[in-house]
Design a protein around this ligand. Sequence first.
Ligand SMILES: Cc1cc2nc3c(=O)[nH]c(=O)nc-3n(C[C@H](O)[C@H](O)[C@H](O)COP(=O)(O)OP(=O)(O)OC[C@H]3O[C@@H](n4cnc5c(N)ncnc54)[C@H](O)[C@@H]3O)c2cc1C
Length: 449
Amino acid sequence: MDLLRKFLAENSHIQFAASDSPDFADLCSAFIINATKKPSLIVRPRSAEDISGLVSILTTNDIPFTIRGGGHDMFGRSQVDGAVTIDMREICHVHVDSASKTARVGGGIISMNLLKELEKHQMVTPHPVTPSVGYVGWAIHGGYGLLSTKYGLGVDQIVGATVVDANGNILEADERMLTVIRGGGGAVGVIVEVKTKIYPLDQVLAGAIIYQPSELVTGFRDFNTNFQQAKRDGFPPELGIYRFIMNGPTGKAQIVLFLWASSDISEGQKWLSTVSSWAPLGMSTVAPTTIAAFNEVTNSMVPKIAYGTIHAPIFRSLTPEVVDVIGKHALLQPNNPEVLFGIHELRADAPMSSNGSIFNARQAHVLIEIIPITGSLDTLYETMAWGQNFNDALLATDAANRLSCSYIPLNPTRDLEFKGIYGSQYETLREIKTELDPDNKFKHALVQL
Ligand SMILES: Cc1cc2nc3c(=O)[nH]c(=O)nc-3n(C[C@H](O)[C@H](O)[C@H](O)COP(=O)(O)OP(=O)(O)OC[C@H]3O[C@@H](n4cnc5c(N)ncnc54)[C@H](O)[C@@H]3O)c2cc1C
């Protein structure tokens, strides 16, 4: 640690915080509240050179460290008790190249800030449903979002990256390294910057459709039946849907985030009427807007911090059996305002980049999110018990409808079976990991072999 302190003294532009610093608690704060995760030091590099210097000292002196972006890992894994946190949030630049339709994006940028910056150029890119999530942390592990049906997953947007490896070298990732970054996250290095695809789009039709709380269970089932039929009949890739159940002032309601990603607003209006009719309607906020403005609203729907966890089973489809379980447990959902249940979907027609990627869950599927979170310790036990029972009931449904993989960010490390997750890509990952990080210096990355 003395060498690290000396390096920080010599590089006074790099801010850092120790446990007695006034800003330590603020800098530690992450989406999931966990007071037991106290880093030994939080360092805030501003450039690739800063990271290079830091990583060289940390790895040659065997000082454990983690990489933190937006702090939205649901198990708080970007901070480890007693380890140094490399907090990437100062590296948050966005350099747009409209001609090549790409942007170079800093490794610590928050998705909302990226969307706001892209809007100045009338550009968009796929992003998480909740834009307070770190963009790079989201994109490198998969990246589901409302624009995935039109443009693909987060991993498929990455066309370049600048990385600091275990020896502190600053590298422009070649195709092999990019293949691993696209789904393997920070397993082989600190990602200083990604070059990501961007798309011209100045206006969208977007908002929330809130169905009648009094018809929660039948409304959820009817919506599902209509949605499945619409997908069989041909559903437009421009339309992204994230369905969730949330406690509102008038009770638990099924809500659909509706995002029509095309400037053909009149066609979007037709789809809005169709989707609004799939269950008894309460109200709708869907209107012409921009991606950034829409995301400001979704951002306000989710708490900034919470106690709790997540369960995230993956199914081929929402069969009547699965829908019955959801209906039963939705009614039991605790009443605290933070708790959520949501559904990401990768549709069969979602575009996939021709670039190499080790992200393997490419067949159509639904990723269910049971999110037993709460703002108060008083309701934590009850909320967690609801989540566990709900998950157990879903796992007891027909096993043939389950996918054998898991979404890494939404599962505890002890449950991750990387061979199953990466399938035939597992050996590629192992080979490149062995080559680039033979001593496993990035042992606190989410992907651990
Ligand atoms: C409220 C909420 C909403 C979410 N919504 C979605 C969603 O819509 N779609 C979806 O797919 N996922 C979603 N997620 C999951 C989220 O995308 C992942 O947990 C993601 O990894 C969080 O990234 P972060 O940078 O915010 O988190 P952090 O906790 O800061 O980072 C998580 C991990 O990412 C790695 N990492 C981050 N940045 C870097 C970097 N620059 N270099 C190397 N490694 C890095 C590190 O290993 C770190 O441990 C959501 C999570 C929450 C809490």
